[in-house]
Design a binder for this molecule. Structure first.
Ligand code: COA
Length: 305
């Protein structure tokens, strides 16, 4: 990220207290994605686009300018809102203040309270999860809502709601849940190829999808999966869950091909990402899709502008 962009983001970093008050007032069992979407929507009153539009002087060709302002304001606040939700929900509300000397990934890791190299994990995660082809549910939803001239707060909140489904962004949470199911069944030992194949077939035969595999648009292994795989091979090659994922990469595609339904039998971004979060101590899977949403918002905001 350029120095100039980082400075602009830092200037508008602070999030108004009322947003945190709203989050604190929500029932303790609210899903983190609901909290994230609510916080974004609550800030709609701050929209520069709405102010200028309501002035009656905004020309169509200039819509992008206050939208750009809204984008900056919103994106700068998302890491602080996400980490606030995490600390509120899972760390007894022990909130860590932001440190403006750090870059976005560094500050996020700091506010989450997770040591290095989690700052690098955050940078990688946000970049890889930003929008990649605009046809997926979250990006499409963001565009659709913005096409009604609803401002970025409405559109990014809606984007978040689309991402929250198990066939989309929540798949990263599903993968971990599913992997832990295998892990518990195997008593923690690394399954043989045959045992893993059986587990995959059992899942398919029970009428479920294999989370983390398949894609609506891609027809090959997701490059974002490969980037995360490289990271795992470097930083956590001996992690048992990574070994499971590695084994799945080998056994699932031939099974999906044999089953003959999925147009793309290869792993997607979600197959690998939860394992990395788990390894660095972020064990609350419910939170994983919020991380996805922070990254995705960068891509969708850019596309809407
Ligand atoms: C991503 C996904 C929703 C794309 O859906 P899609 O565009 O309809 O995919 P396809 O056209 O390949 O689907 C054709 C059939 O294959 C099935 N299929 C696709 N991926 C599958 C998977 N991973 N496991 C089992 N079946 C799968 C579909 O459910 C569909 O079955 P149906 O005809 O009985 O409805 C789908 O691949 C999926 O459910 N994957 C698992 C969830 C996941 O990882 N989501 C994150 C995506 S980034």
């Amino acid at each position: 990220m350029s120095k100039k962009l980082q400075q602009s983001l830092k200037k508008i970093f602070s999030t108004s207290k009322y947003v945190f008050d709203i989050l604190r007032a929500m029932p303790a069992d609210s899903h983190p994605m609901v909290m994230f979407s609510t916080a974004i929507l609550a800030m709609q009153r701050e929209s520069e686009f709405v102010k200028e539009y309501n002035s009656g002087k905004l020309k169509k060709n200039d819509y992008w300018a206050p939208t750009y302002e809204d984008g900056f304001n919103l994106l700068a606040k998302l890491p602080a809102i996400a980490s606030f939700i995490y600390r509120l929900k899972y760390k007894n509300g022990d909130i860590i203040a932001s440190d403006a000397k750090l870059d976005l990934g560094g500050n996020f890791a700091h506010m989450m309270g997770i040591a290095k190299p989690y700052d690098d994990v955050a940078r990688m995660y946000f970049i890889l999860h930003s929008d990649h082809e605009s046809g997926n549910v979250s990006a499409h939803t963001g565009h659709l809502v913005a096409s009604a001239l609803s401002d970025l707060y409405y559109s990014i909140s809606a984007m978040t709601n689309g991402l929250a489904g198990p066939l989309h962004g929540l798949a990263n949470q599903e993968v971990l849940n599913w992997l832990h199911g295998v892990y518990d069944k195997m008593g923690g030992k690394i399954p043989t190829e045959e045992e893993m194949k059986k587990f995959v077939w059992d899942t398919l035969q029970s009428g479920q999808v294999i989370p983390g595999f398949g894609h609506a648009v891609l027809r090959k292994t997701d490059p974002r999966y490969m980037a995360q795989r490289e990271f795992c091979l470097k930083h956590l090659p001996n992690d048992p869950l990574f070994k499971y994922v590695d084994l799945l990469f080998k056994v699932v595609p031939p099974i999906l091909l044999e089953q003959g339904k999925a147009k793309n039998p290869w792993p997607n971004v979600d197959a690998q990402s939860g394992v990395i979060q788990w390894y660095y101590g972020l064990k609350e899977y419910d939170f994983y899709t919020v991380l996805f949403a922070v990254g995705r918002a960068f891509g969708v905001v850019a596309n809407i502008i």
